[in-house]
Design a binder for this molecule. Structure first.
Ligand code: NAP
Length: 360
């Protein structure tokens, strides 16, 4: 490794400041908190509980600034976005500086952008994408339910009420089309079946507050998981407390001749309206039916957090810890494919940002 500093790019954001906090508490570092606003970065660096954190001004849109930021880092953790515009930009700069890479976001599309034209450094170094909640935990935690054998069926419900900042709203608006997933689709018998499912409106789900709306969306992550584990049928739902967000997204996608930024205020407002209903909360629920029944293996995993963005910062920090411990092979990977599902679940069970973990 070229250095021993861990850089957290976007370390003053909703995801990044929690990544900084946890990396510091795990005793990793020294840390380098990066962003365009040096004052915001410095406030986070000064508050790092383990000390030894510096603040550095960096604009990831400026190649010189980004290269200088990555120089001397052993790991660069990217929590800046919008992910679907950043793609593999920061990963390439980190690898060029001799560092490993973690991205709290970055879907299969970003991973492919790097892997399709891999830099030579990727033969020795690692790049871990989708180290957040969704994608991230949504593809990692179901593996705990598949430890004892193949699954006939897996149902995934992820959602709740969470504030969406302007930067993440751009990601929400751009996460569509081939490469990301397919609305109403399910995975059945080894392939994607379009229009297989209908929205579940006003349903009660374990661990979710009140009645919620569950929208079927077979993400690329969910389809990859089903294919890898040989799941017979996988149903993947994004859960909302109201129709505000799906309606705002549908309106924006119907008017996609306008620049994406024009639609950001309505997505941000829709998320705020959801929070006004009952405050912020978020749940991940996985329900499995094993092929061989009666073996006593757990069939349900539930995790509840008050803050999905902050929890993504915890996951990014856990991915960086796995890299620092040498537990990740060289190459480009999704976090769900290389992190230890049990190890992450245990760490999350002890994290103050997790209200409940129920495995049974
Ligand atoms: N996988 C998941 O489950 C998950 C969950 C939540 C969020 N995310 C993703 O995580 C990313 C961050 O979300 P967030 O809500 O934390 O955003 P945020 O609160 O707006 O924070 C963004 C951070 O990036 C920095 N930044 C923005 N543009 C930059 C640039 N050009 N150069 C350098 N730094 C820059 C910002 O600081 P300055 O403004 O000072 O530059 C800030 O520190 C988004 O891509 C989002 O989609 C993923």
């Amino acid at each position: 490794m070229s250095g021993r500093v861990i850089g957290v790019l976007g370390g003053s954001g909703a995801v990044g400041r929690v990544a900084v906090d946890r990396l510091s508490r795990y005793g990793l570092g020294p840390l380098r908190v990066g962003g365009r606003d040096l004052g915001r970065a410095r406030a986070v660096a000064d508050g790092a509980p383990g000390g030894a954190a510096e603040a550095v001004r960096v604009d990831l849109g400026d190649p010189g600034s980004l290269a200088a930021y990555c120089e001397g880092c052993s790991i660069v953790v990217n929590c800046a976005g919008p992910s679907y515009q950043v793609l593999d930009t920061v990963a390439r700069a980190a690898l060029a500086a001799g560092a490993d890479y973690v991205d709290a976001a970055g879907d299969a599309v970003a991973l492919r952008a790097l892997a399709s034209d891999p830099p030579a450094a990727l033969a020795r170094r690692s790049a871990v994408f989708s180290a957040g909640l969704m994608p991230g935990l949504s593809g990692l935690l179901p593996r705990v339910l598949a430890e004892s054998g193949p699954l006939e069926r897996l149902d995934v419900y992820v959602g709740g009420a969470a504030a969406i900042g302007p930067l993440s709203a751009v990601d929400a608006l751009l996460t569509r089309g081939p490469g990301f997933g397919s609305a109403l689709a399910a995975w059945r018998g080894g392939r994607v079946v379009e229009r297989a499912l209908a929205p579940l409106r006003s349903v009660a789900l374990p661990g979710f507050r009140g009645r919620v709306h569950a929208w079927p969306f077979l993400s690329a992550e969910a389809a990859d998981l089903a294919a890898e584990l040989g799941v017979g049928e996988l149903r993947n739902y994004t859960v909302y407390v109201s129709e505000h967000i799906p309606e705002a997204l549908a309106r924006a996608w119907a008017a996609d001749d306008l620049p994406v930024e024009e639609h950001v205020p309505s997505v941000v407002a829709a998320a705020d309206a959801d929070i006004a209903i009952g405050g912020p909360w978020y749940t991940l629920l996985f329900h499995a039916r094993p092929r061989v029944r009666g073996g006593g293996a757990p069939t349900r995993l539930l995790l509840r957090t008050p803050d999905s963005y902050a929890l993504s910062g915890v996951v990014a920090a856990l991915a960086a810890r796995a890299l620092a411990e040498g537990a990740v092979p060289a190459g480009a990977h999704a976090a769900s494919a290389v992190l230890d599902p049990r190890g992450v679940l245990d760490a999350l069970s002890r994290d103050p940002l997790v209200d409940e973990v129920d495995l049974g």
